[in-house]
Each structure stands twice: as C-alpha cells, then as structure tokens.
Design a protein around this ligand. Sequence first.
Ligand SMILES: *[C@@H]1O[C@H](CO)[C@@H](O)[C@H](O)[C@H]1NC(C)=O
Ligand SMILES: *[C@@H]1O[C@H](CO)[C@@H](O)[C@H](O)[C@H]1NC(C)=O
Ligand SMILES: *[C@@H]1O[C@H](CO)[C@@H](O)[C@H](O)[C@H]1NC(C)=O
Length: 356
Amino acid sequence: MGALGRVTLLVVFLAVLGERLMSFCNRALIFNEVEPVDLPGCQLLKGIEAGSEDIDVLPNGLAFISTGLKGPGLQNFAPDEPGKILLLDLEDGGLIPSPLSISEGFDASSFNPHGLSTYIDEKDGTVYLFVVNHPQLRSIVEIFRFVEEEKSLLHLKSVEHELLTSVNDIVAVGPNSFYATIDSYFSHTFLRFMELFLGLRWTGVVYYSPGDVRQVATGLHSGNGITMSNDKKYIYAADFSGHTINVYKKNEDWSLTPIKSVDVNTLVDNLSVDPVTEDVWVGGHPNLSKLVSYNPEDPPPAEVIRIQNIHSDNPVITRVYVNNGSVIQGTSCASVYKGQLLVGTVFHRALHCPLY
Ligand SMILES: *[C@@H]1O[C@H](CO)[C@@H](O)[C@H](O)[C@H]1NC(C)=O
Ligand SMILES: *[C@@H]1O[C@H](CO)[C@@H](O)[C@H](O)[C@H]1NC(C)=O
Ligand SMILES: *[C@@H]1O[C@H](CO)[C@@H](O)[C@H](O)[C@H]1NC(C)=O
C-alpha cells in the first residue's frame, strides 16, 4: 500500500473513531445542561447515606428500600457494610426507615441488593419481595416472603439462570415469576465499556418462571428499570443509555409486543407507576460522566421526571425535581404514594417531598 493509501486508511479510521466518540458523548449526555427545579418541603430520610437504589411501595404505604449497592466504578460511602432492605411506613409520617431482618440460612454478609419488586398474592394477601442480588458480582434473583408482624424477610429461593446475567431490575408477575431487564450483554468490565462505547443494542427483557425462561424483548442499549401498568396489560422498560422508556403489550403467553418508545433525554434508571393517576415516574441521571467518575466537588445531579399519558400520541414529560447534587446525588428511582414523592439514589441519600 502506498503512502496515500495509508493516509486514507488512517483518516477513515479516525473519522469512524471520532463519530463513535461523539455518539458515545451524546449517549452519555456529557453536554446536557439541566436547570434546577425545586420542590418545597423536601426532607431527607433519616439514616440513609449509602444509597436507596430501588423503592417499591405497597398499597398500604409500606415502602421497601434497597440500600448499599456495590459495583465496579460505583461510588460507595459504606464499603464495609453489606447491603440491606429497609422498611419505611409512609402512613406514620416519621420518615425513619428501619432495616428488615432476614431469615437464617441466607448469607446476609454478601447481600448486594439492586432492583426490587413486590408481588401480593390475591388469594391470601401474602407479600413476596423479589430482590436482584449481586454477591461477588453475580446476578441472583432472591425471593422472600415479607413477615409484617416480625418486620422480617423469610428467604424462599434464589434464582440463577444463564439468560439472567447482568440483571438490573425486575417486576414480579407471580409468586415465582418475573420479567427482568438485562443491563449489559457482556459481563467483563472492559467488554461492558466497549458495548457502551460502540452503542450496541444487545440487551432486553427476559421472562422467568420455573420451566419457562426466555428473552421476550431485545434491542435496548442497556436495560434498566422495569415496571408494569396498573391494569397489568403493559410493561414499561427503561433503556438507560438509549434515554427511552419502552412500552410493550404483555401477551397471554408472557411474550411482549413493542408498542412505542418515549425519549426522555436523560439516562433513565428505575420507573414506577402512580397507583392512582397512572403517571410514570422516572429517576434519571443527567450526565453519565459525573455518575461514574465521582467527584464530591462536582457531584452527579438528581433528576425526577413525570410522564403523563404515556399511551397517548403526546405524552407530557415534566422535570419535577432537579438538584445539582447539593441535596441528593445520582437519582435511581422515584415513587409516589398519596401525594408523597420518594426519591432514591444509587449510592447517596433518599428524599421525601410532599407533592401537594
Ligand atoms: C458532565 O460531566 C463532566 C465530568 O464531570 C463535565 O466535564 C461536563 O461539563 C458535564 N456536562 C455538563 C453539561 O455539565
Ligand atoms: C423499580 O422497579 C421495580 C420493578 O418494577 C418496581 O417494583 C419498583 O416500584 C420500582 N421503584 C421505583 C421507585 O421506581
Ligand atoms: C448547587 O446549587 C447551590 C445553590 O442552589 C449552590 O450553592 C452550590 O454551590 C451548587 N453546587 C454545585 C456543585 O454546583
């Protein structure tokens, strides 16, 4: 090859690299400016300093909160403490969460809880709590029974499966079955980074029940929060670096049919649905770089988004709360219960705000 050929090749290579780099920066929202939006009357929950990654509120106002998530590249303010599940009663106004004890036989010392989801048995009212656990960076879905009188969790089973690698979040659809989002195709840290850098869309949603495990949705850059509509007909799955909320119709055989994708221009973390209004609430990250390269002087902001009428042609997307990290950092979820907003974070505090 002549000198001209080599120069041409180099130019082409640099152009492709430059294009991928720009595309990556856009997906990481490095240039995304967000204006602060305040909500009056917000208060931090007492005692949460090391994350409140996921929150699920029962119809009676009891909220489960996962705390203490550890992972490669994630900031952690309590590296020596195992993760826990906290319980907060939104009916008593105290805003003091307390840890749930876990039955003997479960290895609580390596507990590394991530997404969680509750399932209530319609026949007898039993509450099941499903928790994504990453001991030694594995992905296990733990199923517990919540014993309200004892404020404890009885461990029932651990689910591991070859399709359930890099599980991010789950939504329980039966006492033994759930949908799970997968956040990366690769599990090796460098390959995970390349997957993000190149913008591969190799992740999706897996359906699990004993004896029937299959991929039911694909094409997401990085699956994240997942939840279900109140009428149980639709599944909503967040695409973190795709910035979208993906709406699927849930079919009789548990397969999913893609309906639409709503762009919210943030790195979408967990989702929840208002039990009354059906609005979808989103915890988001405005800037990936601030989230993963933690700098206390320039912390990751917090952002809570509400989507009204997600099924209509013109969903209304509102930034309800945006903070520059001075109050809370790195929002992972937002949940509402009777006019109260709970905001959770990947590794920081948790916030409670009256909505009206
Ligand atoms: C995003 O974060 C990076 C790293 O902290 C910073 O250099 C960049 O300015 C941030 N972008 C915006 C728009 O704040
Ligand atoms: C996060 O996702 C799980 C699974 O769908 C859901 O049960 C939980 O309510 C969500 N939490 C928040 C705060 O969005
Ligand atoms: C965040 O905003 C507050 C004012 O609301 C300001 O005092 C503080 O310096 C800002 N922090 C950062 C990290 O920009």
